[in-house]
Every structure is written in structure tokens, then in C-alpha cells.
Design a protein around this ligand. Structure first.
Ligand code: BDP
Length: 724
């Protein structure tokens, strides 16, 4: 009998564990199922015996529904939500203004730390009874508190003594969708655009709601819907109505909508002859356009603008500058408290100085001249979202301009949605970098959250990796990059370790035997991709156009700085881009401390070596290897790291459903094949210059260089379309 009971219990536990997973990945880290049986189950059930939820606004009604659904699914029982706060309440979710004095007295000072979006989750004593309280100053804060509470339970955190006060450190936490109106997604590897323009505004796809819920759960509060390579049609009444329908869905989840503004829109859809920002009729056109938008979308966020960059129109077409352009749009938006997010991703075909220096040269002289509602959006590095880049020198150079970080969540240069690469590790590295702008400790995170320069407005943007794929992001582990981006935008000081831990527990299981090795695999995956694509500071050696696979040999594109040979500069002497005073002197754009460190190959961190130095093939690395051997061994190490990832995943099989297991195993096997491709293609090509044998331990390439050079991928996803 006893053993029968045990067997029944054993299967009950197993079945609950299996249920806890969502094999198709649609539910993301939010889960949609019962939580694992745990030591805290009783505690959670006690706290949720009688729930009071203040739901006197649309957003709070949505939050209440989220909470009820979430709790009931997790706890596997229906719950009693009351309309009255009474002496039986075990969980109270209410804003400060709805709390009784007896509760308020014990926590009132906490509210000062919450601002508009923060929340408190705390166990308090009411008449000798333990009560769990979720509170905030605003509806938004409650919404975030609700999602955090659900997350804490899903990841099995004890609530019995909880005292969590959390508020975002950054104002605008934004996804940039590079989605075209025909639903293709530039650099998108997870299907088509979520925005079904054809059926909008009438048809509201459930995915819009699920998308908004996922974003709110990690604190994302802004989305720009359209490609930075913009189409002016989005600003016409027909599309504004569709945008309004999306904004109506997102509003209840605390998300504001932004649009990309094509600078030449006054000509293309306005019938003007010019888009000159200093022309009065152009300013009037934008003023009117903005007022039309706000009439429909009163909380419209503003415009994201790519101007005079890669062929996009901009103020320079009229002999004006970035300040003229940004301030003109800022003037139109400022009566409505809208913002201009002006991108600094510029490099010119008429400028033959090092591309890495151009954005700094173009923008830093304008520091202090932008209007208050302008943020300048800067990519994390000075070239273009490479697997590793030193931080962009603009982050240490503009005191009077709010600089918004632009990360790329979509994996344009890190193996598309095919490779498992945990990007928060990259984001963290950038945020932790010290600019030395105001002495030691002036990290990029402090520039971004405004604490270094006391900025009035702050922001972080990530180029989205989301599409119509059933699991949203293509690779199941690419969900962790969306998740991690949101968490870091909320708190740029979070560690990638914490983020990986949270994500694994919420998405799969809290079982240590699974969590620890998988976390290790995720945390090492970013270094793996650097090793098998771009070791020791190599960069931009991707094949043309699609950026899928290696193309270090490409040398025939119309602009020098589009060619990989421009970046690695390999010759019979050596390899690397000299950015010291003997070369382009890009190092002078950094603070003295860094400049000195980076100018010397002996003191520069070796991961940036060939970014800043052209060195002989026999140059001795810190580990005693020659540069040639070191490069080859790094490529090989990257391959080994992917092999280890496969072993880790295979060992975790018992925790996964068959679909979950198989999907990732197949992807990892492609990743391994492609890591070898990168290694072999790059080493064969660089060997034509180094004229040296591969060192011991590096596998011999299976194909010839000519073979790798002959590979073509005309239909690789995400290729930049000819949009105009
Ligand atoms: C590059 C992409 C290109 C984008 C551009 C940008 O290859 O598709 O349009 O950045 O950020 O990374 O504007």
C-alpha cells in the first residue's frame, strides 16, 4: 500500500513537472501551467486565500486579470478575488492612495523610492496576521508589481519575509522593430512582422496582447513599430488609424508607441518641394502631422529617426545638420511631451577617415545644442553590432546630451536565430565598461541611466528579434535575449548571471541539476561565437549583404568601408586595423586612461587587440603563442565550445519534452557545422597571407578556400530590401 502511494505520488510529481513546460515556446518565460510542486506551494496558497485587488481603472483591470489567470494556472485552483479590502485579505494589491493608514504607517517612506513605475512587494503584519502587499504610486507600478510577483512564484522564491522595492533606472525601455509595411523584417530571423497592417485596425490579433504582456512582464514600456529605413506611408491617415489600434492594445500594458519618421515625408506624402528643416512650411507640415497623430493617439511616444545614414534622407541634403533636423521634429513634438530619438549611426561615403571615428566626429561638437526632448541613440560600439566591440567612444564624450543605448537583440552578426548566443553577456560587458569621463567608475551604465550627468531623460533601445514564428524568436534560447534586454533596460546593473538564472527557472524548471549546467552553457555561448567568428578583436568579416557566414575575402563593394578587407587589413606582414596614432588614431576619442591602455599592444585587453593594432604574424600573445597560432587556436576553441554545448544539452534531456530537446539539439548541430565553416574559411583565407601551418590542435579544413568563397545565399532571411 505504502509503495503504491509512493508510486502515485511519484507520477503526480512527474506529470506536474512536465506540464510546467510549454514545448512550443509560445508562452515564453511567463509559462502557462502549474508550477512544480515545491516547498513554497503551501505558502503561496496561504497568501492567495483571499485576494483584494484595487481594479478601478482599465489598466488595473487588465493587471487583475493577469494576476488571477497567472495565479490560478500556477496553483492549479480557482481563487477568491474580493472587491472589498477586509480583515480576511491575505494578499492586497492596491495603490498607495487606497491603503488604510495602519498599513501605510509602516511603509510610507518606501513610496518615495518608487517614482511613477516602481513597486513594493512586501509581507506586512496586519493585526498580528501576515499579509502580502503589492503596492505602487501608479497603475503602471501595480502592473509591474503583479508581473514580478508571478515571476517570483514561478521561479520559486519564498515570499514569507519578502521586502522588495524596485523601480526602473531608465525612463524609455524600448524595442525597435525593423519591420517593413509589407511585413518583411530587416534583419529579422523569426518569421514575418507581427503587425498585420492589412487587417488592422479592425482585426486585433491575440498576439498583440500576448506580445504586450510579455513586454510588460520585463518592464519594456516603448516600441517603435517600423523600420529605421523608413517608409513615409506610415504617417498617412490610413496607417495612423492602424497604429492607433495597436496603441490602444499596448496602452493597458504601459507601452507607448513610437514611429520611424522618414525625413523626406513632407515631399513624399505632403506635396512640398523640400524637407529643409529650416523652411517654415516644412516645420508647419510636421507640426500639423504631429497634431494629427496626437488626436488619435494621445500618449504617442514620438519619432525614431535615421537620417543621412546609409542613403536615408536627412537635414544634410539641404546643407543643414543633425541639430537642425532633430530640433525641428522636437519642436513639433514638444507641446505633447513627445520625444525625438535621433540615431547616431552615421558614416559617410564622402569621408575616407576610419569609419569607427565618424559618428563621434559628427555628433560630439553638437553636445548641448539639442532640445530637451531629443535623445541621441548610439549603437553599443562604433562599427555595427559585432560579436564583440569596444564601447562606443561617444558614451564618454557628451555630457549635455542624453545618450540612448542601442543594442541589437536580433542576431544579425551572431548567427541569426540559428545559433545559441546569450547576448546579455555582451550587453553587460558594454554597460560595465568604464569611460573614465568623470574619473574612474564612470561606467557606460551610469551614462545611460543618467546618473553620471544628471540627465532629465534616459533610454535604452534594442533592435527586436521577434516575429511570427510560433515561439516568437526562432531559436528558443533567443527568447532569453529579449528577456535579458528588458531586464537590463530596467536595471543596467543586473548581472548576466542573474538574468540567465531567472530566465531558465521561469522558462524550464527550477531544478538545480538543470539550471546550473544550462546557465554555464548560456554564459559561455557569447565567448564561443566571438571565438569562432571574430577572435582577438577581428571584426566585420561577414559575407556581404546578408551577413550570414564568413566573407573575409570580400573586396569588391562600392564603398571601401563595406568591405571586410578594410577591417582586417591582413597582408604578408600581419593583420589588424591600426587605430593608434600611427594609424587612424581612433584611440584619441577615448579618455586619456583608455587611450594610453589601448595604444599599447602589451596593455590593451587582448580581446580588442586587432581592433586597434596591426601586428606581425609572429607577434607574441600573453599566452606565449604567436599571433597566427593564437588566432587559429581561438577559432578551434570556439568549435570546442559548441561541442560542449551539445553535450550539456544532451545531458539535460531528462528534464525536457521530446520536442524541446530535439529542437535545440538540431539547432546546436547546425551551429557546430557553421562554427567549423567559420574556422576553416577564415583560417584558409588568412593563411594565404601568414604562409604558416596550422598549429597542433587545430583540425584541418575539409574543403578548399575556393569552395568557401563560392558559397552564395541569395535567399538568406532578413536581407535589407531595396525599400525605395
Ligand atoms: C546595419 C544593418 C542594416 C541597418 C543598419 C542601421 O545591416 O540593415 O539598416 O545597421 O542600423 O547593422 O541603420
Amino acid at each position: 500500500m505504502k509503495s503504491l502511494k509512493f508510486i502515485v505520488l511519484f507520477f503526480a510529481v512527474i506529470s506536474i513537472q512536465l506540464q510546467a513546460q510549454s514545448p512550443d515556446g509560445y508562452d515564453l518565460w511567463l509559462g502557462n501551467s502549474a508550477i512544480e510542486v515545491s516547498e513554497f506551494e503551501k505558502e503561496y496558497k496561504t497568501f492567495t486565500t483571499s485576494v483584494y485587488f484595487q481594479s478601478d481603472s482599465e489598466m488595473l483591470t487588465v493587471a487583475e486579470q493577469e494576476m488571477k489567470n497567472g495565479l490560478e494556472k500556477m496553483l492549479g485552483q480557482s481563487l477568491d478575488f474580493t472587491k472589498e479590502l477586509n480583515s480576511n485579505s491575505t494578499l492586497i494589491v492596491a495603490k498607495k492612495n487606497a491603503l488604510k493608514t495602519e498599513i501605510l504607517n509602516s511603509i510610507s517612506s518606501d513610496f518615495d523610492k518608487l517614482g511613477e513605475e516602481g513597486f513594493i512587494i512586501k509581507t506586512i503584519k496586519v493585526k498580528g496576521r501576515k499579509v502580502l502587499l503589492v503596492s505602487a504610486n501608479s497603475d503602471n507600478g501595480i502592473l509591474y508589481g503583479v508581473f514580478r510577483l508571478l515571476h517570483l512564484m514561478r521561479t520559486q522564491v519564498s515570499l514569507s519575509e519578502i521586502n522588495l522595492i524596485d523601480a526602473p533606472k531608465v525612463d524609455i525601455r524600448m524595442l525597435n522593430h525593423w519591420d517593413n509595411l509589407d511585413r518583411t523584417v530587416e534583419r529579422g530571423y523569426a518569421g514575418f512582422s507581427l503587425w498585420n497592417w492589412q487587417k488592422l485596425p479592425e482585426y486585433i490579433d491575440q498576439r498583440y496582447i500576448d506580445y504586450a504582456r510579455a513586454n510588460a512582464s520585463i518592464g519594456i514600456n516603448a516600441v517603435s513599430l517600423t523600420n529605421v529605413n523608413a517608409n513615409a506611408l506610415i504617417l498617412t491617415p490610413m496607417y495612423i488609424e492602424k497604429v492607433k489600434a495597436l496603441a490602444n492594445v499596448f496602452r493597458n500594458y504601459g507601452i507607448k508607441v513610437y514611429l520611424t519618421a522618414r525625413f523626406s515625408a513632407p515631399i513624399e506624402i505632403g506635396g512640398l518641394e523640400t524637407a529643409d528643416p529650416l523652411n517654415a512650411s516644412v516645420q508647419t507640415w510636421w507640426n500639423t502631422k504631429v497634431s494629427e497623430i496626437y488626436k488619435e493617439i494621445p500618449d504617442f511616444g514620438g519619432f525614431l529617426v535615421k537620417a543621412n545614414s546609409e542613403g536615408q534622407p536627412g537635414p544634410q541634403n539641404y546643407g543643414r545638420n543633425h541639430v537642425d533636423g532633430a530640433n525641428m521634429l522636437a519642436t513639433a513634438l514638444s507641446p505633447y511631451k513627445g520625444n525625438v530619438i535621433w540615431r547616431a549611426f552615421v558614416y559617410s561615403e564622402h569621408d575616407d577617415t576610419d569609419r569607427a571615428k565618424q559618428a563621434y566626429a559628427e555628433f560630439v561638437p553638437y553636445d548641448g545644442r539639442f532640445k530637451d526632448n531629443v535623445l541621441v541613440q548610439v549603437k553599443n560600439g562604433a562599427i555595427d553590432f559585432q560579436p564583440r566591440e569596444p564601447f562606443h567612444p561617444m558614451f564618454g564624450a557628451m555630457e549635455k546630451t542624453p545618450l540612448m543605448m542601442e543594442f541589437q537583440i536580433t542576431q544579425e552578426y551572431t548567427g541569426f536565430s540559428t545559433h545559441l548566443v546569450f547576448l546579455p553577456k555582451l550587453f553587460e560587458e558594454v554597460l560595465d565598461s568604464d569611460t573614465y569621463q568623470k574619473g574612474k567608475g564612470s561606467t557606460v551604465a551610469k551614462v545611460i541611466d543618467g546618473s553620471l550627468h544628471n540627465n532629465k531623460i534616459t533610454g535604452v533601445a534594442g533592435v527586436a528579434n521577434i516575429g511570427t514564428d510560433l515561439n516568437w524568436t526562432g531559436h528558443p534560447f533567443a527568447q532569453a535575449n529579449w528577456y535579458g534586454f528588458g531586464r537590463l533596460a530596467w536595471d543596467p546593473y543586473l548581472s548576466s548571471n542573474t538574468i540567465a538564472d531567472e530566465w531558465i527557472k521561469a522558462t524550464y524548471t527550477t531544478n538545480k541539476e538543470f539550471v546550473e549546467p544550462i546557465k554555464k552553457m548560456m554564459l559561455s555561448s557569447r565567448e564561443a561565437v566571438v571565438n569562432y567568428m571574430d577572435p582577438l578583436g577581428l571584426h566585420h568579416i561577414f559575407d556581404t549583404g546578408h551577413h550570414y557566414g564568413p566573407g573575409p575575402w570580400v573586396n569588391n563593394l562600392s564603398r571601401p568601408d563595406w568591405n571586410p578587407v578594410y577591417y582586417h587589413k591582413a597582408d604578408t606582414e600581419g593583420i589588424g586595423f591600426d587605430r593608434t596614432p600611427s594609424g587612424s588614431n581612433a584611440t584619441e576619442q577615448y579618455a586619456k586612461e583608455i587611450e594610453k591602455l589601448y595604444n599599447n599592444p602589451k596593455t590593451i585587453p587582448e580581446e580588442y587587440l586587432l581592433w586597434f593594432h596591426h601586428l606581425p604574424w609572429d607577434y607574441k600573445l600573453k599566452n606565449g603563442h604567436t599571433l597566427w597560432d593564437g588566432i587559429a587556436l581561438k577559432y578551434q576553441e570556439g568549435v570546442h565550445q559548441v561541442e560542449a554545448m551539445i553535450t550539456t544539452w544532451e545531458n539535460a534531456k531528462s528534464f525536457l519534452s521530446e520536442e524541446e530537446f530535439n529542437e535545440v539539439v538540431m539547432l546546436l548541430k547546425i551551429q557546430l557545422k557553421e562554427a567549423k565553416w567559420w574556422r576553416d574559411a577564415c583560417l584558409l583565407y588568412f593563411q594565404t597571407f601568414s604562409q604558416r601551418e596550422l598549429p597542433e590542435g587545430v583540425e584541418k579544413p575539409k574543403e578548399t578556400l575556393e569552395y568557401y568563397q563560392s558559397l552564395k545565399f541569395p535567399f538568406a532571411p532578413g536581407i535589407r530590401p531595396r525599400w525605395n
